[in-house]
Design a protein around this ligand. Structure first.
Ligand SMILES: Nc1ncnc2c1ncn2[C@@H]1O[C@H](COP(=O)(O)OP(=O)(O)OP(=O)(O)O)[C@@H](O)[C@H]1O
Length: 267
């Protein structure tokens, strides 16, 4: 459903994203890992069409969406079908809006009557496991995990085909992170959407994704199954990321298997 070819973006003379090419299939969760400054967020912004590439194509369901300038993409037919979730949802929610209103604001216009809107918001809150009682709260009154769930509910409100998650759980503690990751995995299974899951944490990517891209200095230096990345990392940067990782799988699941070909499962 997504085919990226030769995507390049410069800031001044420096290339933040260099000749990036990859494919993402419907229903697949693809990881994107790399150290800080490697170009992950720039790539996410290009794919979500918040920014324009200097070169390259982004074919979404066959259409090159990079051909439409970012400033004109708001009206494009595919706009609502691609959604981006940021690290801290509180930054992208109106601070005066309740969680309920923040989700309402993300609904497509077809939800007309108050009863329909209310029903849809409750269904979305339920699917991201956000307790109904939290819907009256404003962003600063929500916990990090609750805010992440509001951000995901907003992103899935328009039933996207592609969800780009830019470190959505990085600010959360491990147990809260596990809950949000489990919710994301269930949503993918239920709705069959494709997900690009960005993280600097290889263990989180390994839990959610069967395949991952490794980004280094703007380039994709590895594109492989997560089992292969763990068992036989080819690029020195992947080896460096593996060397510095935390023991998150053990924290998520005390019985996480250690064999290379059996990925840890969410509890
Ligand atoms: N708006 C901008 N103007 C100028 N340079 C930018 C801009 N956005 C990103 N960059 C530069 O592009 C490079 C890639 O940054 P990017 O934020 O994409 O990396 P990242 O891998 O997402 O990092 P992090 O994990 O810290 O979020 C960095 O050198 C950064 O300084």
């Amino acid at each position: 459903m997504l085919e990226v070819a030769g995507l390049t973006k410069h800031y001044r003379s420096q290339a933040a994203v260099k000749r990036v090419s990859f494919k993402l299939a419907r229903g697949e969760t693809l990881g994107l890992i790399g150290q800080s400054g490697s170009g992950k967020s720039t790539l996410a912004n290009l794919l979500a069409r918040l920014d324009d590439p200097d070169e390259g194509t982004i074919r979404f369901e066959g259409e090159d969406i990079a051909a439409t300038p970012a400033r004109r993409s708001a009206r494009a037919a595919w706009r609502r079908r691609i959604q981006l979730v940021f690290q801290d949802a509180r930054d992208s929610i109106d601070p005066r809006a309740s969680a309920f209103d923040a989700i309402v604001a993300a609904l497509p216009p077809r939800f007309g009557s108050c009863a329909e809107v209310s029903e849809r918001v409750l269904a979305l809150a339920h699917s991201v496991e956000l307790p109904r009682s939290r819907l009256v709260l404003r962003p600063h009154q929500l916990s990090g995990g609750e805010a992440a769930r509001v951000g995901i509910a907003r992103a899935i409100a328009s039933e996207p085909d592609l969800l780009i998650l830019d470190e959505p759980t990085a600010a959360l503690d491990v147990s809260v992170q596990a809950g949000v990751l489990r919710t994301l995995d269930q949503l993918r299974e239920r709705h069959g959407m494709a997900m690009l899951f960005i993280s600097h944490d290889l263990d989180v990517v390994r839990i959610l994704c069967a395949r991952a891209l490794v980004m280094y200095a703007g380039e994709i230096v590895e594109n492989a199954s997560t089992d292969a990345l763990f068992a036989d990392p080819r690029h020195h940067h992947t080896r460096a990321l593996l060397g510095t990782r935390l023991s998150l799988p053990l924290a998520l699941n005390a019985h996480a298997p250690t064999a290379h070909n059996s990925r840890p499962r969410l509890p």
